[in-house]
Design a protein around this ligand. Structure first.
Ligand code: GLU
Length: 490
C-alpha cells in the first residue's frame, strides 16, 4: 500500500442549490479522506461565470456543514496551494497555459465561429464526427493570453485506464480532441482547471459521477501533455429513481438538501441514508453514525450499478437516528417545532419529550401534534367543551359522570406528588395502578371517559393515564375541578 497521504476533494460548480447527488459525492470523498487520516478539500469551480448563481457558494457550505462534512481547506480557508476558489487562481492557470503553449502542446484558436461552423458542416457532409483536431492549423503564433487556447492532443491513440470502481476502461481515438483550455475571457475551462488543481492540491482520489467517464481520455491526454501523473479515478454510481428506470431528476425529488433540514430530518440520518446509495458495508447493519461510517467505508464496497433513492428508507433512517438521540439533543431539535406556548424550560416540556419521540418520524410532525386536531393539543390550552361531552355514551348521566370524576379526583390527589414527576411512561403506569381498579369495578367507560374528556377535552388524545402524567398532578386536578363545575352548572 502506498504511504502517500490521501487527499480527496469535492469540487462543485456554484450553479444552484445542492441536491443529494452532489452531497453524496461530497460524503464519499469526505469519508475516504477521514478514514485514511487524510485531507478533504472543498474547491469551488466557478470558472463559468455565465452559469453561476448568486448565493450558491454559501449554500454549498451550509449544506455540507449541516451534514457534518467538514473540510480542511475551502473558501476562506486556503491551503498551502493557495485559494480553493478557482476564480481566485486565474494566474496559476494562465502560467500553466503559457507553459503548454510555449512547449507546443497548446495553440491559440485562430478561427471565427463562422469558420468553425463551416468545418462542422464539412464533417457532416463527409459523415464523420466533427473533431477540431482534423482542422488544426498547420502553424500557429504565440498565445497572447487573450485568445481561446486549445490543447494540441499530444498523441492520438486508444486510452486505457483503471477506475477503482468500474475496473479497466478504455476508449478509442474518437474520444480525443483539441479541447479548449483557456477561454477568451481569461477563465480556464473546467477540463483544464480541475486537472491543474487536482495536481497542485495533491489530490490522490478523484471521486465523482459517471458523467465524467466519457471525458476521461481527454483528461488523460492533458495529463500527458502536462507531464502529471493522473490520480486514482473513483466513479460513483448514479442515483436512480426509486423505480430504477432512470437517474433521479429534480421532478423525482432531487431537491435542495437544506429543505430536508426544514422538514425535520436529522443530518446524521441523511448522511447514513446517502452513504447507502451505492455503498454498503457488506453486512446486515444499517444504522451508523458519521464516525462509524468513516470506520467502515471502503472504496472496494462501492457499487458499480446505480443506487435507488427511496424516501421511505430515508424516513426509516430518520426514525432510527431519532430514537438514538440523547434527551438533550432530542429536546434541542424538538424545540424548533414547538408551539410558542410551551416553554422549553417548563416541566411539561420535559414530560412531553418521550411522548413526542414515540409519535414522530420527522421533527416537523411535532407541530402537527399540537394543532387543534392534533393529539397533544390539550397540552397548550385549557380544554373547552360542552358539559355533555363528559357523559359516557352508554350511560349519559351527569350524576354518574360527576360521581366517578369525584372519585377519580380523590385517587389522583391521594398519590404522592413525586409519582407524577419524571418519566411520563412510568408516571402513567403509577396513575393507572391508582385509578384502574376503581374503573374495573365501576365500569371502564363510565369512569375513564369523563376522566379523559376532563383532562383533554378531546376525542383523540393519549389515554387518561398518560394525559394526566403529561399534565402533572396540579393541572390534572384543576381540569377535573373545571369538569365538575361544568357538570353541576345546568
Ligand atoms: N465542477 C464539476 C461539477 O460540479 C466537478 C466535477 C469533478 O468532480 O471533477 O460537476
Amino acid at each position: 500500500m502506498s504511504t502517500e497521504k490521501v487527499v480527496t476533494r469535492f469540487a462543485p460548480s456554484p450553479t444552484g442549490f445542492m441536491h443529494i447527488g452532489g452531497v453524496r459525492t461530497a460524503l464519499f470523498a469526505y469519508l475516504w479522506a477521514r478514514k485514511n487520516s487524510g485531507t478533504f478539500i472543498l474547491r469551488i469551480e466557478d470558472t463559468d461565470k455565465e452559469r453561476e448563481v448568486a448565493g450558491s457558494i454559501d449554500h454549498i457550505q451550509q449544506a455540507l456543514a449541516w451534514l457534518g462534512i467538514e473540510w480542511d481547506f475551502g473558501p476562506k480557508k486556503p491551503g498551502p496551494f493557495g485559494s480553493c476558489i478557482q476564480s481566485e487562481r486565474l494566474a496559476i492557470y494562465k502560467e500553466f497555459a503559457e507553459k503548454l503553449a510555449a512547449a507546443g502542446h497548446a495553440y491559440p484558436d485562430p478561427y471565427t465561429p463562422a469558420e468553425v461552423d463551416a468545418f462542422r458542416k464539412q464533417s457532416e457532409a463527409a459523415k464523420k464526427p466533427f473533431l477540431f483536431r482534423d482542422f488544426r492549423p498547420a502553424t500557429f503564433g504565440a498565445w497572447d493570453g487573450k485568445q481561446t487556447l486549445r490543447l494540441k492532443v499530444p498523441e492520438i491513440k486508444r486510452f486505457k485506464w483503471h477506475d477503482a470502481v468500474r475496473g479497466d476502461l478504455e476508449a478509442g481515438e474518437e474520444a480525443l480532441d483539441d479541447f479548449v483550455l483557456m477561454k477568451a475571457d481569461g477563465y480556464p475551462t473546467y477540463n483544464f482547471a480541475h486537472i491543474i488543481d487536482d495536481h497542485l492540491m495533491g489530490v490522490t482520489h478523484v471521486m465523482r459521477g459517471d458523467e465524467f467517464i466519457s471525458s476521461t481520455p481527454r483528461f488523460l491526454s492533458l495529463y500527458q501533455a502536462l507531464g502529471f501523473t493522473p490520480p486514482i479515478f473513483v466513479t460513483l454510481p448514479p442515483i436512480l429513481r426509486d423505480d430504477r428506470t432512470k437517474k433521479l431528476g429534480k421532478r423525482d425529488g432531487a431537491k435542495d438538501v437544506l429543505e430536508y433540514r426544514i422538514e425535520g430530518y436529522l443530518p446524521e440520518a441523511m448522511a447514513n441514508f446517502l452513504a447507502f446509495i451505492g455503498w454498503n458495508p457488506g453486512t446486515e447493519e444499517e444504522v451508523f453514525t458519521m464516525k462509524e461510517l468513516i470506520n467502515r467505508f471502503e472504496i472496494e464496497k462501492i457499487h458499480k450499478a446505480g443506487g435507488a433513492y427511496n424516501e421511505e428508507k430515508l424516513a426509516w433512517f430518520n426514525r432510527q437516528h431519532l430514537l438514538r438521540l440523547s434527551d438533550e439533543s432530542f429536546a434541542e431539535h424538538a424545540a424548533t417545532f414547538l408551539p410558542d406556548s410551551i416553554s422549553t424550560t417548563s416541566a411539561i416540556f420535559s414530560r412531553l419529550l418521550p411522548v413526542m419521540r414515540d409519535k414522530i418520524t420527522l421533527f416537523n410532525e411535532i407541530s402537527a401534534l399540537f394543532h387543534p386536531e392534533g393529539e397533544l393539543h390539550f397540552v397548550t390550552t385549557s380544554p373547552d367543551y360542552p358539559a355533555d361531552r363528559l357523559l359516557w355514551k352508554k350511560n349519559p348521566s351527569r350524576e354518574t359522570a360527576g360521581k366517578h370524576l369525584t372519585e377519580a379526583r380523590k385517587l389522583l390527589a391521594g398519590m404522592p406528588a413525586g409519582e407524577f414527576d419524571g418519566n411520563p411512561t412510568e408516571a402513567a403506569d403509577k396513575i393507572k395502578a391508582a385509578v384502574f381498579p376503581y374503573a374495573e369495578a365501576n365500569g371502564r367507560g363510565d369512569v375513564l371517559w369523563p376522566l379523559r374528556v376532563a383532562l383533554t377535552g378531546q376525542d383523540k388524545s393519549p389515554d387518561p393515564f398518560m394525559s394526566a402524567a403529561i399534565l402533572g398532578q396540579q393541572e390534572s386536578l384543576r381540569r377535573i375541578d373545571l369538569a365538575l363545575t361544568k357538570l353541576s352548572a345546568s
